[in-house]
Design a protein around this ligand. Structure first.
Ligand code: AVI
Length: 308
């Protein structure tokens, strides 16, 4: 059994079954996620983009000239394009992702639209420190960019570890520009993860198809259903797959029993207060210098500088 399969089996053998959200993102899952970002209920993407549009000049001025923009993730979103359009003579754009395929696709699009900006790809798992490439123009400073509130998909201690990696990659005098979803009326959050078109349900269930295909599991996808609920006391949405009946699933030569209504946790999506995020960033060495929010205070984009 590979280490990866052993980790999946261990997660499914725990008293509360759990699988990493990274298994959402096969080809179908990535397409479904793109669909999610366009859903009327999924306020995160549009709200973040509106904040960026509103404050992009101030962001570009804070970042300054000839910066290196290091995006954690393959990039190519509207938000990245907006930044590249407005930054003052960026030295280089460096998307970092585990998937070379995603990076190459993003590079193609970026090069076409921004032929004057050097694009250097880094194939790496950004939860661990990685080496930065050597651009033709020496950057004056590094700006780590992490949009989408993807930080929310990490549990508290993992999020701090990831912020520490960002602190390291930002280097002295560097900064972090990060999208952070905020706590709000639970009904708004619940709707975002239980859309009426059922796209999030398909996205969640697709993980089982992915495990069947890539890891030889035999999940009966029709015997599970999607559940997502915001837990205000925990400040996070919990996405689960609920077993519709008693059943046994085989994976990696193991038989995994499910009781009726037993769940697999597939994702946490944390929602923060401005103070809560600032406290977490501070542990990792950052001070929040600016936090822009939309009028309803649903989402924030935060500019964090190294504090030590
Ligand atoms: C990628 N991430 C920020 C999304 C979120 O909102 O936590 C993933 C997602 N899960 C269900 N819908 C969207």
């Amino acid at each position: 059994m590979t280490d990866e399969l052993a980790t999946i089996v261990a997660g499914l053998s725990a008293p509360q079954k759990i699988i990493s959200p990274k298994y959402f993102y096969d080809e179908t899952g990535s397409q479904l996620f793109d669909e999610i970002t366009a859903l009327p209920e999924y306020y995160l993407t549009d709200t973040e983009l509106d904040i960026m549009k509103q404050h992009i000049d101030e962001m570009a001025d804070l970042i300054g000239i000839e910066a290196s923009l290091i995006e954690f993730g393959a990039g190519s979103s509207m938000k990245t394009r907006l930044l590249l359009e407005h930054l003052h003579s960026p030295a280089v754009y460096v998307p970092v992702d585990i998937s070379e395929e995603h990076l190459l696709a993003s590079q193609q699009r970026t090069k076409k639209d921004f032929p004057d900006i050097e694009v250097l790809l880094v194939v790496a798992d950004f939860t661990h420190e990685f080496d930065l490439p050597d651009p033709a123009t020496t950057p004056r400073r590094n700006i780590v960019y992490f949009p989408g509130s993807t930080i929310g998909n990490f549990e508290h201690d993992e999020a701090i570890d990831l912020l520490r990696v960002m602190y390291h990659e930002a280097g002295s005098d560097g900064a972090l520009l990060i999208g952070v979803d905020l706590q709000k009326d639970p009904a708004v959050i619940d709707a975002a993860y239980n859309d009426s078109a059922g796209v999030t349900a398909r996205f969640n269930l697709n993980m089982l198809d992915h495990l069947n295909r890539e890891f030889g599991a035999d999940f009966d996808v029709d015997a599970f259903r999607h559940r997502a609920a915001y837990r205000p006391d925990e400040g996070r949405v919990v996405l689960e797959l609920v077993s519709a009946r008693e059943q046994v699933v085989s994976i990696g030569g193991r038989q995994i029993p499910f009781a009726r209504d037993e769940t697999i946790i597939t994702e946490y999506s944390h929602k923060y207060t401005l103070e809560g995020f600032a406290a977490m960033a501070e542990v990792a060495g950052f001070r929040v210098d600016r936090a822009w929010v939309d009028p309803a205070q649903w989402f924030s984009v935060q500019y964090c500088v190294r504090d030590r």
